[in-house]
Design a protein around this ligand. Structure first.
Ligand SMILES: Cc1cc2nc3c(=O)[nH]c(=O)nc-3n(C[C@H](O)[C@H](O)[C@H](O)COP(=O)(O)OP(=O)(O)OC[C@H]3O[C@@H](n4cnc5c(N)ncnc54)[C@H](O)[C@@H]3O)c2cc1C
Length: 321
């Protein structure tokens, strides 16, 4: 979470940091597009997480700049939520302002490009699934490697999401906004395995991507085959957040977890998926505490047996008991 100041811990786990003045100011900017004490579980793929003090739907760069100025001036903590497909939000929720981009940020445009290329600009809140489907229809070679990953373009950029190839490989420009520099500007980004050099307080506004052009039929077919494989190998019927741990160098987290026979381990409503060992599924009643306990148990078992400290791929955010 991005915080502008040390926050005095509220008395109870979910006590709001926002007083009447802050609530009135946020309502003046966003009207009905800001909600207070909003439960976050429905906004995540795990369906887990306590309330946000404020949950603001921001529809364009001017509104985002206004909000950035406000949180900067008031030193309010904030967090930008994409589609919530890589997050474990604490049962105590998130203090301060949770920002959800929408409106103009969902735009996808295909731009004029050099022969043999497909050039596109996608807003941060555009669905990656929609983007990859449209890009495949235009013959964007390699787009299949980022297809089937749930989430938004902004979240994918932050995570450098991918499979055998990652989104960073195709990026030509990233525009961001931040509290100290609220107007959109282009920044250079370096890409690593499931993370990037993007500043912690930078909110991605949009991303321009370039692909080599290939036969759209072939690209679509390859993408379809990957989607079918995902359905077969991932427990998509139950809420989850994809792979919980990053793969260690030259190995697979899933293989190590399977080897310690963790498949089927349970904690409350959370279970290590019997289908894919690196997934934890929510049977409906799982809390963030259940998932955190299960993750710690798996991590300990792998460390004891193999001496490998698994690193989390999912981001822990907010207040945990
Ligand atoms: C079934 C399933 C399969 C998955 N398969 C894969 C896979 O194959 N490969 C892979 O890499 N991942 C995979 N994931 C994980 C996840 O989908 C990706 O990490 C995805 O890119 C996260 O995007 P999001 O919009 O949901 O981001 P969120 O989960 O909402 O946020 C993730 C991080 O990005 C930050 N963020 C979000 N939007 C912005 C923005 N506009 N600007 C700056 N920061 C932002 C958030 O603050 C947070 O730190 C899978 C998840 C699921 C549930």
């Amino acid at each position: 979470m991005q915080t502008g100041r040390a926050v005095t811990a509220p008395a109870a786990l979910t006590d709001s940091l926002l007083g009447a003045t802050e609530r009135a100011a946020l309502s003046a900017i966003f009207a009905e597009r800001v909600r207070f004490d909003e439960p976050l579980a429905p906004h995540t793929s795990w369906k887990i997480g306590g309330p946000a003090d404020a949950f603001a739907l921001v529809e364009n760069t001017a509104e985002l700049a206004a909000l950035m100025r406000y949180v900067f001036k008031r030193k309010l903590p904030w967090f930008v939520l994409g589609s919530g497909s890589n997050l474990l939000i604490g049962d105590g929720g998130i203090r301060g302002v949770v920002i959800r981009l929408g409106g103009e940020f969902a735009r996808i445009e295909f731009l004029e490009s050099a022969p043999g290329e497909v050039l596109a600009r996608a807003g941060a809140s555009a669905s990656l699934a929609l983007f990859t489907a449209q890009a495949a229809s235009r013959g964007a070679e390699g787009v299949g490697s980022i297809a089937g990953i749930p989430g938004s373009v902004g979240g994918a950029l932050r995570m450098n999401a991918g499979t055998d190839r990652e989104i960073g490989e195709f990026v030509v420009e990233v525009r961001v906004q931040s509290p100290s520099r609220p107007e959109p500007r282009a920044v250079g980004v370096q890409y690593f395995y499931r993370h990037t050099s993007l500043a912690h307080d930078a909110i991605v506004a949009d991303v321009t991507l370039r692909f080599a052009a290939a036969d759209p039929g072939v690209v679509r077919e390859e993408m379809q085959a990957r989607l079918v494989r995902r359905k077969r190998t991932q427990p998509l019927q139950l809420p989850n957040a994809g792979s919980c741990f990053r793969n260690p160098p030259n190995d697979k987290a899933g293989r190590l977890i399977e080897a310690v026979e963790a498949k089927g381990w349970r904690e409350g409503g959370a279970e290590v998926s019997p289908l894919h060992a690196n997934f934890i599924v929510n049977h409906g009643t799982a809390t963030a505490a259940d998932v955190a306990t299960l993750l710690a148990r798996v991590r300990r078992a792998v460390a004891e047996r193999f001496g490998v400290e698994l690193e989390l791929e999912v981001h822990f955010v907010g207040v945990f008991a």
